[in-house]
Design a protein around this ligand. Structure first.
Ligand SMILES: C[S@@+](CC[C@H](N)C(=O)[O-])C[C@H]1O[C@@H](n2cnc3c(N)ncnc32)[C@H](O)[C@@H]1O
Length: 356
């Protein structure tokens, strides 16, 4: 062994790495649990034996038994040694079985699946400097991203984020026109439309399949009368039927764009002179070392595999998911905005306000 290696530090590192290897190896199993409804069945009917869980979910007992032992070893399910039954604690059920909980993590594993599929292409990009357009990812990325962000938006957007902005709530209550740019599957647009029935909403995204899904979700949510989803770029979406928007939003997408400053300019062009632009970005400090923590680790991984190549695919500046407030401030000011501030934050998001 290299004499410079400290065995205690090596042991610490290997302990951490084994934890990561276990998590990585188990990611496909969490995805299977999510897709086959194994967590939901455990939450609804547990404690269960492997045979009982297999019966409830129309699956094969031998696979279920092995899956349950992996999950118990990782702390994702509980095991009763005496009864030989498996169950979810209330906390595990929140995170794994309840799509409406603010802690639901199922979407993250769908994103991981899409990222693994992008690995060969990204390996090539590391050599060539090429990009990977958002639209060229596996479908799991679009649906997984929506499921990953939705709990956070449902818990924060209407209750905390919009009220943190200067004077926006009264306008939305009275009836305002709103553009949600880079809206993806439209969750944020629909949440706002549900909360402010007198306002009119437009959701724009350049990914046509996401816009199709957003439209059907608006119908399902009963808000299609006040929400229009259209395929459009952040630099060329139309105005609010001949009038400027009162409120424009970008949720977790400005840093992905090929021309963030052009997007900022287009917001200014389509915004009323007393309007507000809300930019929601992943939480980050300005210096890389500010983000060397578990949340920053997740975001830098997503940034490397999704956000940076998405911008490079459009010859963009590749701001990255950990761009931080100073970088976004520069984008807004370069785009012509004169006022900019951090309105609020959560452990996962910065909520930034720009005014003309
Ligand atoms: C990380 S996703 C976020 C989606 C959605 N805002 C959300 O929070 O769930 C980024 C979105 O930005 C969209 N996007 C990226 N560049 C765009 C551009 N130049 N114009 C319009 N949409 C764009 C992508 O298609 C994708 O739906």
């Amino acid at each position: 062994m290299n004499t410079r290696v400290d065995p205690n530090k090596l042991q610490d590192f290997m302990g951490k790495a084994v934890g990561d290897i276990g998590a990585g190896m188990s990611a496909a199993l969490v995805l299977i649990g999510d897709r086959l409804g194994l967590y939901k069945a455990l939450a609804a009917h547990g404690p269960l034996t492997p045979t009982e869980l297999a019966t409830h979910t129309h699956t094969h007992e031998r696979y279920i038994r092995e899956w349950l032992n992996n999950q118990a070893a990782g702390g994702y399910v509980d095991y009763d040694v005496v009864a030989k039954k498996y169950s979810l604690s209330p906390e595990q059920a929140c995170a794994l079985a309840d799509e409406t909980s603010p802690c639901f993590i199922g979407g993250a594993f769908q994103i991981i699946a899409a990222v693994m599929k992008a690995e060969p292409r990204m390996q090539e990009n590391f050599r060539t400097g090429g990009g990977l357009d958002w639209c060229d990812h596996h479908h799991d990325l679009f649906v997984g991203t929506e499921r990953f962000f939705r709990p956070n938006y449902a818990g924060n957007l209407v209750a905390h984020w919009i009220p943190s902005l200067d004077g926006v709530v009264p306008k939305l209550v009275a009836g305002a026109s709103v553009a949600d740019v880079g809206c993806g599957l439209g969750t944020s647009t629909i949440l706002m439309a549900e909360a402010y029935p007198h306002s009119r909403f437009w959701g724009f995204d350049f990914h046509a399949d996401s816009i199709d899904l957003a439209r059907s979700r608006a119908h399902a949510a009963g808000v299609a009368d006040r929400v229009t989803f259209e395929t459009a770029k952040s630099t060329d979406y139309p105005d609010a039927g001949g009038k400027p928007f009162d409120f424009v939003t970008h949720f977790d997408c400005l840093h992905d764009m090929g021309d963030p400053t052009g997007a900022a300019r287009h917001v200014l062009k389509t915004l009323a002179s007393d309007g507000t632009w809300m930019i929601v970005e992943p939480f980050a400090g300005d210096a890389p070392e500010d983000n060397f923590n578990p949340v920053g680790r997740v975001y830098y991984a997503a940034s490397t595999m999704i956000c940076v190549p998405a911008s490079i695919a459009h010859h963009g500046p590749a701001l990255g998911a950990q761009a931080g407030e100073s970088t976004i401030r520069k984008v807004a000011l370069d785009g012509g905005f004169t006022r900019f501030r951090r309105a609020t934050q959560t452990p996962f998001n910065l909520v930034l306000e720009a005014r003309p």
